[in-house]
Ligand binder design. Sequence first.
Ligand SMILES: [Zn+2]
Length: 136
Amino acid sequence: MDEHKKAESLFSDFFDNELNGEELIWLEKHLESCEPCKNDWDKYKQAMEEVSGLMHIMAPENVVDKVESRINKRSRGKFFNKQKYFTVRYSIVSFILVLFFVLAYLLMMAVNEIVLFDSNDDNRNAVSDKNVEDSK
Ligand SMILES: [Zn+2]
């Protein structure tokens, strides 16, 4: 393996700060002396930072914190009390579970919508007939 490929293969560990002393020193020296690898590293680092930035946007912890502190205020400290660390963690897990159930429910509804699409008019007529029956 040539040293440029070796350098590239170390990028992900380097980014995660998981390189051992020898490899770390070697890579830092190589990046200082090798313009193409330095450019590749800059691109890699930028891309990885964008990805982790995106992950942060998708799961912004501070939004959860804000929602929790708002609920905490409204419920006069009954829910999401910051001093109850485990309660807070448990609430986040519950919140995520609820989100998953809502998503699963919406997905099921969407599937039902497609399945029932053809017979939708029949169902509506059946319901309105029943309503007429009931109102008599
Ligand atoms: Zn190189």
